[in-house]
Design a protein around this ligand. Structure first.
Ligand code: ZN
Length: 410
């Protein structure tokens, strides 16, 4: 059996006035997803346990069949995996944003959408000055190591290596995602709890390192926002995940433009496939992603195509772009798979977003998302369309959502 998973990130939504009272899924022309609904089953799954923040890290773990309330350790270790950074059992990865803070307010968590090249230069300087080996704060003759790794744009990673000893951070260490405090006073949101003082000191030190860096001088001269400091958050140790193949005897692969989602795939032992044109934005090459998914199904049992565009459209509050993204997913990814997978033998397709991203709030939300499954051995429930309303009325529901994967594969 071959299995395709298509994730329209954040597509689950609410009725929109601008769409004549329909949700984006209802408003979009999606004949292929509706065909799946008619052939198979539409249901709903809750991928974000109540105590955890709704985001792709937690929700994707659920969708892939892992219980985030047991295995989730933080965002940064997942991104670190996608960046090719190996973590020892006691090492911590910490998300390191380059941000713009002005008059004590978080003006821009992206430092003016700073480019990867600029970000790389700044992080190299931070690593040069602040990174390196230090004496352990607690133990004589023991060294700890701090490594600042450059990532994409404003998103970087601090790795704290302890040579097998406990780190100063704990699960109770509290940090703040900077995208959730726009224009707020940062003093109210600095890291606290175990190791918080160290993080605050690093953030403070970075201000001096970055202040007169040539990259920032050029940005100021060009009227762009400089990266005034680093902002540390999303910390955690490497999660302990049983490989997907050990759980299900199936080999998987993932095609995504998002490090975080690729990282989840890598950590469960899936192959990361890089496809030119697959991006983390509205400019995604849907046709290339659809073709690559189909090609990969010849070599892998399970192939996941994750599309970030609907989520980005929601964050920008653009209902029309969200509809357009869903239509292109339907036409250029779901359609070709539905048409050609049967030639590979027994097949199943699952379409499901990870989490909800309502246009109303332009932010991620808790709550169930609609899914559709069709293919070999799946009996039709006589549902007509794939959308939130049909899913809400369905008697097939998974809460917690990580149970859906066994149903899909079983
Ligand atoms: Zn999002």
């Amino acid at each position: 059996m071959k299995y395709a998973i298509i994730i329209p990130d954040g597509c689950a939504d609410e009725p929109q006035e601008s769409l004549g009272g329909k949700t984006p899924l209802q408003a979009a022309r999606t004949p292929n997803m509706d065909r799946l609904a008619q052939m198979g089953v539409v249901g709903r799954a809750n991928n974000v346990p109540p105590g955890l923040t709704p985001a792709s890290d937690v929700a994707t773990l659920s969708l892939f069949g892992y219980d985030p309330s047991k295995v989730y350790t933080g965002r940064s270790p997942l991104e670190a995996a996608a960046m090719g950074i190996k973590l020892g059992g006691t090492d911590w990865a910490i998300r390191c944003n380059l941000v713009n803070v002005e008059d004590g307010l978080m003006r821009d968590f992206t430092a003016g959408h700073i480019s990867s090249e600029e970000g790389r230069e700044l992080i190299a300087q931070v690593n040069e000055v602040i990174g390196g080996e230090y004496d352990s704060p607690d133990l004589v003759n023991v060294k700890v190591r701090m490594e600042f790794h450059p990532g994409v744009g404003y998103r970087h990673c601090l790795v704290y290596r302890t040579s097998g000893l406990p780190a100063p951070f704990e699960d109770t260490t509290k940090t703040q995602p900077p995208h959730d405090i726009p224009d707020q006073p940062v003093a109210d949101y600095l890291p606290s709890g175990p190791g918080g003082d160290l993080m605050r000191a690093l953030m403070e030190h970075s201000k001096q390192v970055l202040a007169d860096h040539p990259v920032n001088q050029q940005r100021r001269a060009a009227g762009k926002r400089p990266a005034t400091q680093i902002w540390l958050w999303g910390q955690g140790r490497a999660p302990q995940l049983v490989p997907f193949v050990n759980l299900h005897r199936k080999h998987g692969a993932i095609i995504s433009g998002v490090d975080l989602v690729r990282g989840v795939g890598i950590l469960i032992g899936w192959k990361r496939l890089d496809v030119p044109g697959v991006t983390d934005y509205l400019d995604n090459d849907y046709a290339a992603q659809g073709q690559a998914t189909l090609d990969a199904l010849k070599s892998y049992d399970v192939v996941c195509a994750h599309v970030e565009a609907p989520d980005e459209a929601s964050h920008e509050g653009r209902a029309d772009e969200k509809v357009k993204a869903l239509e292109r997913i339907d036409e250029q990814i779901v359609g070709p798979l539905l048409e050609k997978m049967p030639y590979l033998g027994d097949w199943r397709i699952l379409v499901s977003p990870d989490h909800r991203t309502p246009l109303r709030t332009r932010a991620h939300a808790h709550g169930a998302v609609p899914f559709v499954i069709a293919g070999t051995g799946i009996q039709s429930k006589g549902q007509a369309t794939y959308d939130e309303v049909v899913a809400a009325a369905s008697d097939l529901a998974f809460d917690p959502g990580h149970q859906l994967m066994r149903f899909f594969l079983g």
